[in-house]
Design a binder for this molecule. Structure first.
Ligand SMILES: Cc1cc2nc3c(=O)[nH]c(=O)nc-3n(C[C@H](O)[C@H](O)[C@H](O)COP(=O)(O)OP(=O)(O)OC[C@H]3O[C@@H](n4cnc5c(N)ncnc54)[C@H](O)[C@@H]3O)c2cc1C
Length: 447
């Protein structure tokens, strides 16, 4: 079967869906899974709801916020997050650099002195750093780096931080004004703002068929008139502007007359495209990335009192970087006598861990932290996100740029977190996709 369409959108995650909403009947959205949403889906395990990876929706862009929160079926409720860092010098609220008063006094004084030195560099101390570890050191000083930034990021990136470029992943790191750091050293810093302060999470009514951030994906998908699910793209013929796919196992060809948006992971898009110069194909195949195991524990027993929405764990002895407490986002995410916790375990995609061992280690971690006292685990499940994090090494952005430029020669624009090969949020990819769609509809086809 052959479908012809003005605009073809590959992938039905938030980027592809946002483009599909914007272009309406003019676009056809192709998605391999049974349910739309990509990474932004949720699973229910025996009455306990978990996001596939935790998703909080945060905005920097008021018009986009208005558009999304204006969808009543997305059921979005304000959810400014409370996050904690459990460090060996004390438990402090995130972001640490604004809440130094929670740390042991000597650590607090040293950290503040070093932040003052960093701030005396005009607040630009990190922007020209050659590598990520330098960036962190110049931004926050050795005390906060040794306490949190270095061990946490080692667990996150699973490679020496000196190998990472100081770009791409720094937008959500708040480099405070000295005055704000001092305020947080003297008293709890209640006025602090972080990148995700203006945040939302779905709170559908009791008995709703879906919970978690998938509620947003479903609301978007309802507004996409032409969405082909269970359709896996297998080949992109750049010369003839055709995309080959398998729809429920049957071959289908899609032809686009105006343009194509690919939100598929860039390495996958290049690997299935012809023609692609051999050198570019090799470079793109070698782009590093990390996956994440989301280990979902369903627990019967009293909910922990005020754990925060999530907690970060820099301690290398604990296997997870973060624990996420689902009932803090949505009290109806589990039964009244239970709660769910997601343990996030990042891994190098070229060295995936044993899921069984990761689950055992995470369970031991929960016990060691005392979280299971008086409680009982009733179910354990794993959800895998791969790719989860693009790894920014020197040169990686240039390779990704060349790959995008190659696709653009055939009218294919690569967008989205994995399509562009970037570190971005749901709101960020939706904003980019809507801008592309608006431009495309008016005949502007910028890559
Ligand atoms: C651990 C973690 C935590 C995060 N937390 C947050 C958060 O709190 N807030 C936030 O805003 N963002 C968060 N993000 C980022 C957010 O998940 C992404 O920005 C967003 O999902 C990207 O959407 P996308 O549409 O670009 O990609 P995706 O969601 O990956 O969508 C791509 C789609 O393409 C489909 N596809 C792939 N291959 C094919 C094929 N061959 N044929 C057809 N379809 C295909 C996939 O099934 C998928 O549906 C987090 C990410 C991770 C990994």
């Amino acid at each position: 079967m052959t479908h012809e369409t003005e605009f073809l959108v590959l992938g039905g995650g938030p980027a592809g869906l946002a483009a599909g909403v914007e272009l309406g009947e003019r676009a056809l959205v192709v998605e391999r899974e049974e349910r739309p949403g990509g990474l932004v889906r949720a699973e229910c395990f025996g009455g306990y709801w978990f996001d596939r990876v935790l998703h909080l929706l945060h905005f920097q862009d008021p018009p986009l916020q208005e558009w999304v929160t204006g969808m009543p079926d997305a059921c979005l409720a304000p959810c400014p997050p409370v996050a904690w860092i459990d460090s060996e010098a004390g438990t402090a609220r995130y972001p640490l650099q604004l809440n130094l008063g929670a740390l042991q006094q000597e650590t607090c004084i040293r950290a503040l002195t070093e932040l003052a030195a960093a701030a005396s560099g005009g607040g630009q101390a990190g922007s020209d750093a050659p590598a990520y570890d330098d960036y962190l050191l110049r931004s926050f000083g050795p005390t906060l780096c040794d306490l949190f930034y270095f061990p946490y990021n080692q667990k996150m990136w699973r490679r020496p931080l000196g190998e990472l470029a100081a770009s791409g992943q720094t937008w959500n790191l708040l480099r405070p004004r000295l005055e704000d750091a001092v305020r947080g050293a003297l008293a709890p810093n209640r006025d602090r703002e972080a990148y995700n302060t203006t945040a939302f999470y779905p709170r559908p009514p009791a008995g709703a068929p879906v919970r978690g951030m998938e509620v947003l994906s479903r609301a978007l998908a309802r507004r996409v008139p032409r969405l082909h699910l269970r359709t896996t793209v297998t080949r992109m013929d750049l010369e003839h502007r055709e995309v080959h796919a398998l729809a429920d196992g049957a071959p289908v060809i899609y032809r686009y007359t105006r343009g194509c948006l690919s939100t598929l992971p860039l390495p996958a898009a290049i690997a299935m495209s012809t023609p692609v110069p051999r050198e570019l194909a090799d470079e793109v195949r070698a782009l590093p990335h990390n996956g994440v195991l989301s280990l979902a524990f369903s627990i019967r027993g009293a909910r922990p009192p005020s754990p925060g929405h999530w907690r970060y764990y820099p301690d290398p002895a604990l296997p997870f970087t973060r624990l996420v407490f689902m009932a803090e986002f949505d009290p109806l995410s589990g039964p009244a006598d239970g709660w769910g916790v997601l343990a996030e375990v990042p891994y190098r995609a070229d060295a995936p861990p044993s899921v069984r061992e990761a689950m055992d280690a995470a369970r031991m971690g929960l016990i060691a932290l005392g979280l299971l006292d008086g409680c009982e685990i009733v179910d354990e499940n794993v959800m895998v996100a791969d790719p989860a994090y693009v790894v920014f090494t020197p040169g990686a952005e240039a390779v990704a740029g060349r790959a995008r430029a190659h696709l653009a020669t055939a009218g294919v624009t690569a967008l989205g977190r994995y399509g562009r090969w970037e570190y971005s949020s749901i709101a960020g990819v939706m904003a980019d996709a809507r801008a592309w769609a608006a431009g495309a509809a008016q005949g502007r086809m910028a890559a």
